[in-house]
Design a protein around this ligand. Structure first.
Ligand SMILES: O=C(O)c1ccccc1NCC(=O)[C@H](O)[C@H](O)COP(=O)(O)O
Length: 256
């Protein structure tokens, strides 16, 4: 599998495998419901957007050093239904402290965005939702999903193609994210979601991840079946409240 990943992604995976977890105790979470947050957004005319606090990334120039709590509050003010917070330190400038502070400051669900590959890594910090990337966790998907749910986390299983989608459905994933970013080349193509989404079963909450930058992209992903969208770079680039608002209002009259 490693040979087919972009060098930056190989480096992310290597760091994830080597990362130790200092936590002594198993976390126990009373999660804020992601599906209820999506329903609340829909009921007042907002597109359900998970806005991502992403200080930097292998495909971003520079690093945004504003207070992550201020960024998160700005995203919620712009109508974000939920937040995603990078906790990966080496390639994304994230931290578990950022997530803790943000989760204390807002009342929407918070997704821990990281590259979890071992059960002990689930105990690094409490969050409402944890990400498991099908391609990274391989045959451990079912065990890690069970371990996460035992701790109270909701689990977002990330896939990129139909085979990974089948694996997500086989383990009973309720939240599936289709990542438009190809981890082999790091290219983003919104057609990925359009190709994979029709093969999902109806009771799954489907999230389009990566590469969404305009209201037209939002509408395109929604027409292809996205219940929600995960957006990082386009929101982090400039005024996060205005950027979030433009996307959450993409289906309102008068939106560009
Ligand atoms: O964002 C990257 O550069 C990246 C590189 C290698 C592996 C993963 C990467 N991103 C993780 C994500 O899933 C995105 O942060 C998330 O989907 C938001 O994407 P975007 O809206 O395109 O910033």
């Amino acid at each position: 599998m490693n040979d087919t990943l972009a060098p930056q992604v190989r480096s992310i995976l290597r760091a994830a495998r080597e990362r130790d977890v200092a936590a002594d105790d198993r976390v126990s979470v009373s999660p804020r419901s992601l599906s209820a947050a999506f329903a609340d957004a829909e009921s007042d005319g907002r597109v359900p957007v998970i806005a991502e606090v992403k200080p930097t990334s292998p495909t971003t120039e520079g690093e945004r050093r504003d207070d992550p709590v201020e960024l998160a509050e700005g995203m919620v003010a712009g109508g974000a239904a939920a937040l995603s917070v990078l906790t990966e330190p080496e390639h994304f400038g994230g931290s578990t402290e950022n997530l803790e502070r943000i989760r204390d400051a807002v009342d929407v669900p918070v997704l821990r965005k990281d590259f979890v590959v071992r059960e002990a890594q689930l105990d690094a910090v409490a969050a409402d939702v944890v990400l498991l990337i099908a391609r990274f966790v391989g045959d451990d998907l079912a065990d890690l999903k069970r371990a996460a749910e035992e701790r109270g986390f909701q689990v977002l299983v990330e896939v990129h193609d139909r085979d990974e989608l089948e694996r997500a459905l086989d383990v009973g994933a309720e939240y599936v994210g289709v990542n438009n970013r190809d981890l082999a080349k790091l290219e983003v193509d919104l057609e990925t979601f359009e190709r994979v989404a029709p093969h999902t079963s109806g009771d799954v909450t489907l999230i389009a991840e990566s590469g969404v930058s305009t209201p037209a992209d939002v509408r395109r992903m929604r027409e292809a079946g996205a219940d929600g969208l995960l957006v990082g770079s386009a929101i982090m680039d400039g005024d996060v409240t205005e950027n979030t608002e433009a996307l959450t209002r993409a289906e309102s009259e008068g939106s560009a």
